[in-house]
Design a protein around this ligand. Structure first.
Ligand SMILES: [Ca+2]
Length: 203
């Protein structure tokens, strides 16, 4: 292996193993802290139906509470989601937004939720603009006691920063079933030494 290849592999492995300098940019990323109501998480906003803070669902990835999407109770075709506005991320910073996900599959004859999407947004000319986005279908999400770490990495062009999780229900005619659990969300800023040369997304 040439020196250049060794250097490249070291860079990639370093990026994969210890790429981050701060993972605490989000408030209440584990959804442990209650908001104004017991089914709302402090510091998080939400829209749509049946996406609630839950403290009796199992398993959790961290602590006692998580955000649960009750797909079996969704009646319409519109999506649901949560978001948080983040302060303290400088323009030009490379960041990774991540969340752990676990799915309960729909029973036979019912359909799963369609997808879960992570977004990083900013405000340009007074309008919300998507900086990075990636979507995972329901069958890509771990089940049982396993968790999938979903993440996107990008460079922030300007402040402010908003992180968003969007869940889209099944769009077919079958009854809806199953559920999605989200826990331990993080927004981490990469050190300048670890910055990737271009926007990058992965699972
Ligand atoms: Ca939690």
């Amino acid at each position: 292996m040439s020196f250049r290849k060794i250097l490249f592999c070291s860079f990639v492995m370093g990026f994969a193993s210890i790429p981050l300098v701060s993972g605490a940019m989000l408030k209440n990323g584990s959804f442990e802290e209650q908001g104004q109501e017991s089914d709302r998480a402090e510091h998080w906003s939400r829209w749509g139906d049946w996406i609630n803070r839950e403290c009796s669902w199992a398993p959790t990835r961290d602590g006692a509470c998580l955000t649960g999407y009750h797909h079996w109770q969704i009646e319409g075709k519109g999506n649901s989601g949560i978001w948080q506005d983040v302060v303290g991320v400088e323009a030009g910073a490379q960041v990774t937004f991540s969340v752990y996900a676990n799915a309960d599959r729909a029973e036979a004859g019912a359909q799963d939720f369609e997808s879960v999407e992570l977004r990083i947004e900013t405000t340009i000319h007074g309008e919300q603009s998507v900086v990075a986005s990636r979507r995972w279908p329901a069958d890509a999400i771990a089940t049982g006691s396993d968790w999938s770490r979903l993440f996107i990495t990008t460079t922030i062009p300007k402040n402010p920063v908003r992180v968003v999780v969007i869940v889209t229900p099944g769009q077919g005619e079958k009854p809806r079933g199953g559920a999605l659990k989200l826990d331990q969300a993080e927004l981490a800023v990469h050190s300048s030494e670890d910055r990737y040369p271009s926007p990058h997304a992965g699972q």
